[in-house]
Design a protein around this ligand. Structure first.
Ligand code: MN3
Length: 231
């Protein structure tokens, strides 16, 4: 009796296993549309930079992220662990490039629509930095000092329930520092060189004129796969 029960259950297991799809599906990333025209951020960022940055740079991250995801899924389906591990740097770099840019576009707004932060976010900035100006000075200094290419961030530290400024190298996401991103600034030369040349400090300082502080209120980081911005 016992051996027959074991055999039946083994048959059931094999039947269930063979009915499963061999490859786990992944969600393809898509290049998001901008909420404004390429020229809408002038004079802070010129249309040529915006068009190349969105249509070429961001689009390439999306394409290569999807290729890497597909190769990872194929390796996973075959139980090819070394193959899975080999794809991780490409997923980290191109996936990071995608989610960082998706958030960056949402963090910007045409100069005519600029509004100061207010409400809950302003209170937290004043509590944790002393003033909006003090936060901006700290953010600007940290972001200008990024060596090579990377990102400057204002993020939320859930463990200590406070805002903090940080930076990441290359396309590393803000979440890799433990902070949930609120505001991210691209310091790669492709983000400013055509207009600002070597003057990264001028680029970062001018960006304050087009920061979309509503990014906090609408929880945009959640929709760009970077986790919930609000505490
Ligand atoms: Mn970029």
């Amino acid at each position: 009796m016992l051996s027959r029960a074991v055999t039946t259950s083994a048959r059931r297991c094999r039947a269930l296993a063979s009915s499963r799809a061999p490859t786990r599906a992944f969600v393809s990333a898509k290049l998001p549309d901008l909420d404004y025209d390429f020229s809408a951020l002038e004079p802070v960022i010129c249309a040529e930079i915006m068009e190349i940055h969105h249509q070429k740079h961001h689009n390439t991250y999306v394409t290569n992220f999807n290729i890497a995801q597909e190769k990872y899924a194929e390796a996973e389906a075959k139980g090819d662990y070394a193959g899975m591990i080999a794809m991780q740097p490409a997923i980290k770099f191109n996936g990071g490039g995608h989610v960082n840019h998706a958030l960056f576009w949402k963090c910007l707004t045409p100069p005519k629509d600029y509004a100061l932060p207010e409400g809950e976010l302003l209170k937290m900035i004043e509590r944790d930095f002393g003033s909006l100006n003090a936060m901006q000075d700290k953010f600007t200094a940290a972001t200008v000092a990024v060596q090579g290419s990377g990102w400057g961030w204002l993020g939320y530290d859930k463990a200590n329930k406070k805002l903090a400024v940080t930076t990441t190298a290359n396309q590393d996401v803000c979440l890799s520092t433990g902070l949930t991103p609120i505001l991210g600034v691209d310091t790669w030369e492709h983000a400013y060189y055509l207009q600002y040349k070597n003057l990264r400090p001028d680029y970062v300082k001018n960006l304050w004129k087009i920061i979309n502080w509503k990014v906090w209120d609408i929880g945009e980081s959640r929709r760009t796969h970077q986790g919930a911005a609000k505490p």
